[in-house]
Write a protein that binds this ligand. Structure first.
Ligand code: ATP
Length: 444
């Protein structure tokens, strides 16, 4: 599969054209760093979220989920260190007022926007948290933050979960939700946005067991991307060096993906010691320890965190799936090789002609498939064009209904990746598609 043709421009254009992703507030000129998910985009995003959720919760005995509020007590962010430390050093150009991350530009060079030399201010810390005020009075006491990560919602519920569910260490708590960061550099489409979604899991272990669990999660998380159908050659680990490691972190690896603009972080796997729970114990005055039912030992657990971007995963899946394929006879097609478990449409039903009851039979088949799959019905245009449309939105299976279908109750099942077609009894369609999804292998 040749995939070297993908560029960000092509992805942005396909996403707009096919209703995956639009610029936010486009009719007003757009809001930079914010994007809206259209009909196909929201299906893709939700299905990636569900794939992760199933992997982390249903497929593990010892991981439960929560859904915490976006706005939390302001002390949470003091305890977590975000009020004091969650900042990037920034410089402003005195001439054109553009703002840059100090570590992203050459401070001795001219301003990349207006070209003025020596116009930068000294670097200043710029906190990335969005704040607002709760209630009618706008004073310091009423400040609340939009969470910059979902993890703290898990830590502050550690006691609730251990007291109200039957989990025992080692166990995890998973959460998917929105996070907000006042990022200054927001180029590269949905890669880095002000409002985004994270899929995080905190795994609580006995102190001393953290290295083994860190190794387990590192492997488990990279394997997950293969199960999602992502090309292994576009994934790699990057270990944080001494200067990158958070002061409390014992070890940290990023999983990086080869995006159209190059290798970039997709997910972080962090060995966080007992830092977060200890800080919450200190700031709240409430014990955050765990009583081991077997040994009767009491301790504050250590934490291994897996922290992936959901919206960034959408960009990964789109980039990885995109192919411009040359076909026999000088023709070509754009095809999105989405894994069938996350494709926005799983099966499209296409009548070859509308007359003589073929459209009605097609509708019946589509209705029948609805309870098992995301389906789509399309009767307009030449069949070749309809196949191309389905290829471009990554529909793995097309079902074509023709005159023969009326006689022998069979249809054509067409596979997106190989474009092969087989004849299948209508009665076997659901089972056959299920079987194909289970057996799906990415063509490398
Ligand atoms: P960076 O150094 O790129 O700003 P980070 O190391 O601060 O990112 P984390 O705090 O570890 O990122 O967040 C975990 C994950 O959340 C990231 O791997 C990424 O997938 C996602 N993420 C973080 N910030 C953004 C953002 N502004 N837009 C989209 N996704 C994001």
């Amino acid at each position: 599969m040749s995939n070297n043709t993908v560029t960000m421009e092509k992805l942005v254009s396909l996403c707009k054209r096919r209703g995956f992703i639009y610029q936010s507030s486009e009719i007003y000129g757009g809001l930079s760093g914010a994007w809206d998910y259209g009909p196909l985009g929201v299906e893709l995003k939700n299905r990636i979220r569900d794939f992760w959720w199933k992997e982390m919760t249903q497929l593990h005995d010892n991981i439960v989920g929560i859904d915490a509020a976006i706005m939390m007590h302001p002390k949470v962010w003091e305890a977590s260190g975000h009020v004091a430390n969650f900042s990037d050093p920034m410089v402003d150009c005195r001439q054109c007022k553009s703002r840059f991350r100090a570590d992203h530009i050459d401070l001795a060079a001219a301003c990349p926007v207006c070209g003025t030399k020596g116009s930068f201010t000294e670097p200043r810390e710029f906190n990335l948290m969005f704040s607002t005020h709760m209630g009618p009075v706008k004073d310091d006491a009423s400040v609340v933050y939009l969470r910059p990560e979902t993890a703290q919602g898990i830590f502050v519920n550690f006691k609730n979960v251990t007291q109200t569910s039957r989990v025992k260490i080692p166990f995890g708590i998973a959460q998917v939700g929105k996070a907000f960061r006042n990022e200054v550099t927001t180029k590269n489409f949905i890669f880095r946005t002000l409002e985004f979604e994270q899929m995080e899991m905190q795994f609580f272990v006995k102190p001393g067991d953290e290295d083994a669990w860190f190794a387990y999660w590192k492997q488990s998380r990279i394997d997950y991307y293969s199960r999602l159908g992502i090309d292994k050659n576009k994934l790699r680990f990057h270990q944080h060096g001494e200067t990158e490691l958070a002061h409390y972190a014992k070890d940290a690896f990023d999983i990086e993906f080869f995006f159209p603009m190059g290798w970039q972080e997709l997910e972080g796997i962090h060995s966080r010691t007992d830092f977060d729970l200890s800080r919450h114990q200190e700031f709240s005055g409430k014990e955050q320890n765990y009583l081991d039912p077997e040994t009767n030992e009491r301790y504050i657990p250590y934490v291994i965190e897996t922290s992936a971007g959901l919206t960034r995963s959408v960009l990964m899946v789109l980039s990885d799936a995109y192919e411009e394929e040359a076909l026999d006879g000088g023709d070509s097609r754009v095809v999105m090789h989405f894994h069938p478990d996350v494709a926005p449409v799983t099966a499209a039903v296409l009548p070859l002609v509308k007359k003589d009851g073929i459209a009605e039979l097609s509708r019946e088949i589509e209705q029948e498939l609805r309870s098992d799959f995301n389906t789509f019905y399309d009767q307009s245009g030449a069949i070749g064009r309809r196949y191309r449309r389905m290829d471009e939105i990554g529909t793995p299976f097309c079902i074509t209904v023709d005159y023969q279908s009326k006689d022998d109750k069979t249809v054509t099942l067409r596979f997106r990746d190989s474009m092969e077609q087989v004849r299948v009894p209508i009665a076997d369609l659901t089972a056959r598609i299920r079987q194909e999804i289970k057996a799906y292998k990415r063509v490398e």
